[in-house]
Design a protein around this ligand. Sequence first.
Ligand SMILES: [Zn+2]
Length: 152
Amino acid sequence: MLVQQNYHNFPWIYKKNCLYLGMIKKYPKQFKKVSDYLKEKFGIDVLLGQITAFMGHKNKKIFIHHNHNLEKNGLYSLLHEVGHALQTDKDNYFKTIDEDKEPKKFKFYQYINEINAWEKGLLFANELGIKVNIEDWVKVQNESLHTYSKKL
Ligand SMILES: [Zn+2]
């Protein structure tokens, strides 16, 4: 999931997630490795919340849903959100499209953007030496992509 960078537009996200700050779990090894890297390299904090999203380079936060298994789908979701954090303006082309005026074009390029974030996340995992079970990865990826593709 990708949320608009300026989440002051979404006070409910901010409020709900603040309530969750007190229940941060001890992160499993691989999950911690990724979140430590994000903090060190980009100053991005990884937090548990009620959504899964990268909040943008200004806000420097990635939320992972607290229900996720942080060794499996939570780790893969985190790597996907890292993929979003690594995206360029070119990758984020859909953000320049007016969704109200050109909904089909917007959704198509948003879908392309999602695929790109999964690819970048997998490359990142390889570079950082994070072990990924590719079958599980594809399953999580396809479930996520489906929520976008059915809107096309
Ligand atoms: Zn995404």
